[in-house]
Design a protein around this ligand. Structure first.
Ligand code: FAD
Length: 396
């Protein structure tokens, strides 16, 4: 990457997975792009189930070859009602071969994905990295002026805000956000186990949220265990032996003996919906644009579709010699993203509420819905395809 210069077509702010993917994709459109992001080792042990077009998009960006050997294929998904309630849903099992795919996607540790994104970002021409943070972001008529914490100043015609939940870009654009804290927290950790996972991801639905076991390469899986914040606090404080035992019990020993690996993290869950996804020369991607609980592995998959779509609209604008930060371009990006983000946020919210609800009709509706999905072939296939990506998209 080159020395920083003062004016750019695009400045991407934030170097999480969504920001890095967006910066690579944008630089590859030929846009003169700056990435303002601190280089820091990835701080937690989350993994991402990359579904649908996400892997195709990472392949197009030439990122996937840097990490595909670290990913495990997801060939089947089991949903198991473990609520112990009177009205329970049937077990539902989806297989990727039912919709003609070798795999629904691939699960990878975020750390490995980040290293691959960083490696690719370092070799893309037209991308300038500023190892810094944005301090002030000032949208003006023809450009956005950015000052960094280390006192550098630059301007760009479009800012891509990939700065996560506490987004300075979103504030600078004047976009309001609706936040609903859920009284749930997710414990994340990785485990080794004595029985093979056979590339099957298993989701146990408990009355406090899902507990999900997602394959990693070898006899390893990642665990996302959603529970009440108090229970998550208790679990994170257990010894390795106690936690291994608790996980083995929660998994009903489907993976045999379980041993927890070092490193556990806890994430309070929330739903966040910004009023707009783009305004005043600033377009949001990733968690600055949507936060959903980890149900159905949708968060970063949506973030990668944001990155793909902003790059597409910028490519078209540059080809037509248009301003890449114009209200028309922001409008095109917003309409490309609106229904994907709104429909997924809604479905995830409903799925989560139906699990937590003690209201008998809600439990009945949930069980009946899963029963229909389980027993009606076309509905099963529709649910599988929609779970991967919106049906109106072919790739990414
Ligand atoms: C328990 C759990 C499990 C999940 N599992 C999945 C899954 O299986 N599949 C899936 O698709 N999604 C999953 N998700 C969601 C996924 O992890 C997130 O969507 C994703 O990590 C968000 O990436 P991001 O790049 O938008 O944000 P972040 O990773 O938060 O990156 C934002 C970056 O911006 C930087 N930043 C902030 N302010 C500034 C500034 N002023 N200047 C410069 N940089 C700044 C931050 O330091 C950070 O590096 C899960 C989430 C949780 C909580």
């Amino acid at each position: 990457m080159n020395e920083a210069s003062a004016t750019y077509d695009i400045a991407v702010i934030g170097g999480g997975p969504a920001g890095l993917a967006a910066a690579i994709a944008l630089a590859e459109t030929g846009a003169k792009t700056a990435l303002i992001a601190r280089r820091a080792p990835y701080a937690d042990n989350r993994t991402t189930a990359l579904l649908g077009g996400s892997v195709d998009f990472l392949r197009q960006l030439n990122v996937w070859p840097h990490c595909e050997d670290k990913a495990a294929a997801l060939q089947a998904m089991r949903l198991v009602d473990d609520t112990g309630r009177l009205i329970r849903a049937p077990e539902v099992r989806f297989s990727s071969d039912e919709i003609g795919l070798d795999a629904f996607g691939y699960n990878i540790e975020n750390r490995a994905l980040m290293l691959a994104l960083e490696a690719r970002a370092a070799e893309v021409s037209g991308l300038t990295r500023l190892d810094d943070e944005a301090d002030t972001i000032d949208p003006q008529d023809a450009e956005v002026v950015i000052r960094t914490r280390q006192g550098q100043s630059l301007s760009a015609r479009l800012v891509v805000g990939a700065d996560g939940r506490q987004s300075l870009c979103r504030d600078a654009a004047g976009i309001e956000v609706k936040r609903r804290d859920l009284s749930q927290a997710a414990l994340t950790l990785n485990i080794g186990h004595s029985r093979p996972h056979k590339n099957i991801s298993t989701e146990f639905h408990t009355p406090d949220g899902p507990c999900v076991f997602v394959p990693l390469p070898g006899d390893r899986s990642s665990v996302v265990w959603v529970s009440s914040p108090k229970e998550a606090e208790r679990l994170i404080g257990l010894s390795d032996e106690e936690l291994s035992g608790a996980i083995e019990r929660q998994s009903h020993s489907i993976l045999g003996r379980v041993g927890v690996e070092p490193g556990r993290h806890k994430f309070p869950l929330a739903i966040e919906r910004p009023a707009q996804i783009a305004k005043n020369r600033i377009a949001l991607v990733g968690e600055s644009a949507h936060v959903v609980p980890p149900i159905g592995a949708q968060g970063l998959n949506m973030g990668l579709r944001d990155a793909a779509d902003i790059a597409d609209v910028v490519r078209d604008a540059l080809t037509a010699a248009e301003d890449p930060g114009s209200p028309q371009l922001l409008g095109r990006y917003a309409s490309a993203r609106r229904s994907d983000v709104a429909s997924r946020t809604f479905v995830i919210d409903i799925a989560n509420r139906s699990l937590l609800s003690d209201f008998l009709p809600m439990q009945t509706a949930r069980a009946a819905g899963l029963h229909l999905i389980d027993s009606i072939g076309p509905l099963r296939r529709l649910a599988m395809r929609e779970g991967l990506a919106p049906s109106w998209r072919r790739v990414s």
